[in-house]
Design a protein around this ligand. Sequence first.
Ligand code: GLC
Length: 435
Amino acid sequence: MKDMSDRDIAALDAEARRILQLNDKGGYTVPTAGLYPYQWNWDSAFAALGFATFDIDRAWREIETLFSGQWDNGMVPHILFHVMDEGYFPSYDTWGTADAVGRGACTLPSSGISQPPVAASLAWEVYRANPAAGDGRLRALYPKLLAYHRWIMDARAETGAVVITHPWEAGRDNAPDWDEAMAGIDPAGVQPYTRRDTGHVDARMRPTKDDYDRYIWLVQFGRDRKWDDSQIAAESPFRVADPTMTFTALRSTRDLALMADLVGEDRTEIDGWIARLEEGARGLWNPETRSYDAINLRTGNRAGSVSNAGFLAWWGGLRDERALPVLRDVLDRSTYAVPSYDPAGPQFDSLRYWRGPVWAVMNFMVGNGLAEAGQAELAARVRGDTARMIADHGFAEYFDPLDGTPAGGGTFTWTAAVWLAWASPSAVDRSEGTQ
Ligand code: GLC
């Protein structure tokens, strides 16, 4: 990277703000126009983090709009279909959530699964950016976050670790972590469908058709059971304990406990969740790979996959030095930290989505977790690489870890948000925020 001058930094900051405004549909932000025309759960929480650097009211609105889609059972869906768009598949009709068991009175069209629960952590960041402006809004949000986390513990945390019922729930659609569980699905009988993603983006950068058949098969499986969590838990061939879900849930639950203190609510129940999640998270340690990875609950097998999700352990608050050597090895093999899958691993594919590429949002959590755990040098590497990658290659959806090639969609909301809130040399040091 050329040295960034103050002018370069100001131009990149301005471009990142422009991207957030470009993708702002009025109260919610799309990840990028065309490829993802709706409101996504964890993308939206990151959008709020970005807005908080220049428009605190808009930041809160983003999270409030996300929670306007919350089901009566507490679940916050992974997609909210505010305005229907023919260019996206699977559509609201394919999800068939109109008569879902847990939905109750919520009328906003949505998918039937959730996504990594970063909302409490990022709402806490938004609050810390301007406590005076956020006090009332945090108090109003708190019971909704609590209900969301209660749903996670009831519907997804039977082993202590948080499980996914669909690869999309982990936010890491085609990660090698679920190759075994995906192979256990016979997608025969999947109804005919037309993919839309490969009309927007090069097919080499997207999941394969074999993956896609199974994604849609699992959507039909949930729909046929009216998205009833207990029926899906009992009958689905796909149930995988996932490090992304587990570590983000653990972190968010810790932040929820801080909120409980702030708003003057009893935190006993939340402390119980933290203890259970911690135990579950420790159970994801794989002594063979010396990193944290997924477990297929149907076979008991560990994935054996070294991924950026495993490196979220520090963000989750586990001060685990055992995982540092493997992280160092992976970074030694990468031009840009942190690849979604070890470049030396057998499934590595530098451009294919979650099988190699770098994602700025994961870097935000890995880097901040490392900094909080006192690993200043590694944290600086992750943050510096994120800045370099964006400055040299733009605000892409994800990047090749070996040469930085920008991939997937462009003008991407969460990449812009992570730039503004953290990667940009102009970003306020988080450790200086109000505690
Ligand atoms: C892809 C990503 C997922 C993200 C969504 C919208 O499906 O894998 O994590 O939320 O796109 O950006």
